[in-house]
Design a protein around this ligand. Structure first.
Ligand SMILES: NC(=O)C1=CN([C@@H]2O[C@H](COP(=O)(O)OP(=O)(O)OC[C@H]3O[C@@H](n4cnc5c(N)ncnc54)[C@H](O)[C@@H]3O)[C@@H](O)[C@H]2O)[C@@H](O)CC1
Ligand SMILES: Nc1ncnc2c1ncn2[C@@H]1O[C@H](COP(=O)(O)OP(=O)(O)O)[C@@H](O)[C@H]1O
Ligand SMILES: [K+]
Length: 479
């Protein structure tokens, strides 16, 4: 879309392809020393980029061969014109070409792949992968769907992938993120105004997206301006709600209260210090607590139990139009009747399912991005679909894909912490979508900073260091 918009606005297609192929040659030269290179060129513009890269590498003194899928006569447009500039032998694709090849430039298919790669091209990619030959992919590793991050048949994993103008979802969604290796974004002269023309709604998560909305405390602020989070605590599994509460407090909520039943009140009270504990044995007591409208964000779900009372609590909070984060059991409790939940969602609401919980509420098909967006639209909530490539999706079609979370997060309780982070930011006035994106990023950053050995308690503990760095990076000094 960006390239056609750029061409429509008067940029030469030939110049774009020249810049793209030359960026590939530069990336190859920066990564590897001179060695025999085989460029695999496809029948479209991705192949055209390959011809340009081959020419630039040859001019820089590399030993380059190029093999084409199909024939030169079948090339058209700028790809044909670039192929003509190669002005040297063009080989037919064959697995034998890999003998004596120490680097493959994969220019078979980019964005135009319409069906799984078959025949000799597929055999070649398989052989490249099985022999472990280093690969530089152009735009995407051929066979990877740039929209979904899903392979369409065979894909040879790349060491680096050079793409242009803007990353595609497939570069950051799993398993695409792994198949791409390091993604190098090259500027090929597509002007920024093209970005506003295509007005993208999907972004890789990063502070630039939400730091202007980040609720740093005001110099003359007081605790009530920083919001009051209410965490509905479970009766038996008390750790989950305590983790959420601690997380809300750490991320800056002015006050945090856990609502606890008589049976476990003493446990909560003994374990918590800066966090308050109030008695709630049934939905009318919860409703009474919520009559204080300073309690402006609520977490339900962590350790709540998949039960009728959890459903009642969720519906009571939603009826009060309070901002709410629904996690874990608060999601699972609606498995039998998701529509009753969606009907009740009217104000700011964030659902934070992992894939298992997601499947209990939503019967939607498609790739992860599509499913998250559809679920957000259907439920009317901001949807946080968790995992190695957590997606935050809004009912209006915006989405961010998170890429900073390490697998150390795959340990019990980290989701409870995330729910608390989100509620803490919403309580401080951050819009639900921004709050969810910021919380997911901070959560990943905290985990990465802590590193191996992480347990969920460590996340709120180390968050202040992440916040300090973020604040330093985003502070606008008065000059
Ligand atoms: N248009 C532009 O201005 C620019 C485009 N660029 C490159 O152009 C690429 C997109 O080019 P195209 O749209 O030509 O797409 P591709 O080069 O990915 O390939 C499309 C061609 O392959 C055929 N095809 C699709 N699936 C096939 C399969 N499984 N087996 C055999 N043939 C198949 C199609 O019929 C079509 O002829 C980008 O990925 C990027 O690499 C870059 O040059 C940057 C600028
Ligand atoms: N392999 C992974 N890489 C990165 N993040 C992960 C990975 N596995 C899980 N996570 C993150 O860890 C958290 C786990 O949450 P959840 O599944 O609700 O666990 P719990 O209920 O034990 O708190 C989520 O934020 C999720 O995105
Ligand atoms: K490619």
């Amino acid at each position: 879309a960006a390239d056609s918009a750029a061409i429509a606005s008067g940029i030469s297609e030939m110049a774009l392809m020249e810049a793209a192929g030359s960026a590939v040659a530069n990336a190859v030269g920066a990564r590897w020393g001179k060695r025999p290179v085989l460029v695999l060129a496809g029948p479209g513009n991705n192949g055209g980029d390959g011809f340009v890269a081959a020419r630039h590498l040859r001019d820089a003194g590399w030993n380059v061969r190029i093999a084409l899928l199909g024939s030169l006569e079948q090339l058209s447009g700028v790809a044909a014109r670039q192929a003509a500039l190669w002005n040297d032998e063009v080989l037919a694709l064959s697995v034998y070409l890999l003998d004596g090849t120490a680097l493959v430039v994969d220019a078979l298919f980019g964005a135009g792949l319409t069906r799984p790669i078959s025949g000799v091209a597929a055999q070649l990619l398989e052989a490249v992968a099985s022999r472990g030959i280093p690969v530089c992919a152009i735009d995407v590793p051929s066979g990877l769907d740039g929209a979904s991050g899903q392979p369409q048949g065979v894909v040879a994993r790349a060491d680096i992938t050079v793409t242009f103008f803007r990353k595609k979802p497939g570069h950051v969604l799993m398993p695409g993120r792994l198949l791409c290796g390091e993604v190098i974004l090259a500027d090929i002269g597509i002007p920024d105004r093209v970005l506003s023309q295509i007005d993208p709604a999907v972004f890789e998560n990063s502070p630039v997206l939400w730091m202007n909305a980040y609720p740093w405390p005001h110099i003359d602020g007081h605790k009530y301006q920083r919001g009051h989070v209410l965490v509905v605590g479970g009766a038996t599994m008390t750790g989950a709600a305590r983790l959420s509460a601690l997380a809300s407090a750490r991320i800056g909520a002015g006050l945090v209260t856990v609502a606890a039943p008589d049976s476990s009140w003493a446990i909560y009270a003994a374990a918590l210090t800066s966090i308050m504990v109030q008695r709630v044995n049934d939905v009318s007591m919860l409703d009474h607590l919520l009559s204080d409208d300073r309690k402006n964000a609520v977490v339900v779900g962590p350790g709540a139990g998949v039960s009728h009372s959890t459903r009642e609590y969720v519906l009571a909070v939603l009826a009060r139009k309070r901002a709410v984060v629904l996690d874990a059991d608060a999601i699972s409790a609606f498995a039998a009747d998701p529509q009753s939940l969606f009907n009740a969602i009217a104000g700011p609401c964030v659902l934070t399912p992992h894939e298992g919980e997601f499947g209990r509420l939503f019967n939607v098909n498609g790739d992860k991005l599509e499913r998250a967006l559809m679920a957000a639209r259907r439920s009317g909530a901001v949807l946080v679909l968790k995992g190695a490539d957590t997606i935050v999706a809004a009912p209006d079609g915006r989405a961010v894909i998170n890429t900073n979370a390490p697998p150390d997060l795959a340990t019990g309780g980290t989701g409870d912490v995330l729910a608390g982070f989100i509620a803490g930011l919403v309580a401080q006035g951050m819009p639900a979508f921004d709050a969810a994106a910021a919380a997911v990023w901070l959560h990943g950053e905290a985990a990465a900073l802590f590193g191996p050995g992480l347990i969920s308690e460590d996340l709120p503990q180390i968050l202040p260091r992440v916040l300090r760095r973020l604040k330093r990076a985003t502070r606008h000094d008065i000059s």
